[in-house]
Design a protein around this ligand. Structure first.
Ligand code: ADP
Ligand code: MG
Length: 303
């Protein structure tokens, strides 16, 4: 188990990580979500031991992970960190980058492993392309494959799909998390994309200004978002009389005392989001069809 216990850190005067704790069991995925600048990347760096903690402790299987002050050689066998900077060698090929953590003892085995990894990240066609010539998304795939190469027990992923086109992202995401589960690799993923989290995380910690402001399973956080900003992570919502309603929790009904006037429609793929004015507040409602502007609709709040 990876145990993060009461860790804090500051770059200068202000704390950017403030008393963070969570645990990751073998094979579990924990997501750290939060706005840009909330401290996600710093938390991953602290777990990796890239920086010295101001307070607290990080351990894997009861062994303390040391910071640079106490650890002479950077890096770990059991843990890999896929950073937002990718950390690749630009003048060597995708395959060579992926293989750089692998032993040369058995070249055939190494070749096979690289080809498996290229396949997992959907990059088989680029095996012999120099990293320098790859797109941002392709580089990101190489970085993920390189992180997996030496079969780590813990994988830290920092916004791992941020540069990847959305139509490739879904396949990659499923393939990667399947691979992690079937190989029982523990994972901490930093993200601001709900799609990285909803289907794949076992536990989610929402951070703001270095603190965890909410945590739980994706279902728990979705169903009871506690704060509007947590609801906003998952979906559009309306905040009426202190309550959060997702767009599908306001129903358009034949009759109701509660009336709203339609102002806009947004096509959403499978349905429409209707924007309407209700008691001088703007609300958003899921609708199977668009509704004319200025039409009065009957609504029911339905949690
Ligand atoms: P996130 O990954 O959530 O965007 P970061 O962990 O990168 O957030 O940053 C958290 C805070 O720490 C931000 O306010 C950021 O400006 C600050 N910060 C990050 N890196 C440094 C650094 N090397 N020196 C000083 N401040 C930094
Ligand atoms: Mg970051």
């Amino acid at each position: 188990m990876l145990v993060v216990k009461n860790i804090s850190f500051r770059y200068d005067k202000t704390r950017v990580v403030d008393n963070i704790s969570f645990k990751v069991k073998k094979g579990q995925v924990v997501a750290i979500i939060g706005e840009s600048g909330s401290g996600k990347s710093t938390i991953l760096k602290l777990i990796y031991g890239e920086k010295d903690l101001e307070e607290g402790r990080v351990s894997w299987c009861n062994k303390k992970i040391l910071g640079p002050k106490d650890k002479l050689i950077a890096g770990h066998e059991f843990m890999k960190h896929v950073t937002q900077e990718f950390d690749l060698m630009p003048f060597t090929t995708a395959a060579e980058n992926i293989g750089s953590h692998l032993s040369n003892f058995n070249p055939e085995k190494k070749k096979k492993r690289i080809s498996t990894l290229l396949n997992i990240v959907g990059l088989s066609d680029c095996a012999n392309t120099k990293v320098l010539r790859l797109s941002g998304g392709q580089k990101q795939r190489v970085a993920i494959a390189k992180g997996l190469a030496a079969k780590p027990e813990v994988l830290l992923l920092d916004e791992p799909f941020s540069h990847i086109d959305s139509y490739k992202k879904r396949t990659l995401r499923r393939g990667l998390f399947d691979y992690l589960k079937s190989n029982q690799i523990s994972c901490v993923i930093a993200s601001h994309d709900k799609n990285d989290v909803l289907s794949f995380a076992d536990y989610v910690a929402v951070v703001e200004e270095g603190k965890i402001i909410a945590a739980g399973t994706p279902e728990d956080l979705y169903k009871d978002p506690v704060l509007p900003k947590i609801a906003a992570f998952f979906s559009d919502f309306s905040f009426i009389n202190g309550k959060i309603y997702y767009t599908n929790q306001i129903k358009i009904v034949p009759n109701s005392k509660q009336k709203a006037i339609v102002s806009k429609n947004y096509f959403n793929g499978k349905d429409y989001i209707v924007e309407a004015e209700f008691e001088s507040q703007t609300i958003l409602i899921t609708s199977s069809k668009p509704i004319k502007k200025n039409e009065t609709i009957n609504i029911r709040f339905d949690k």
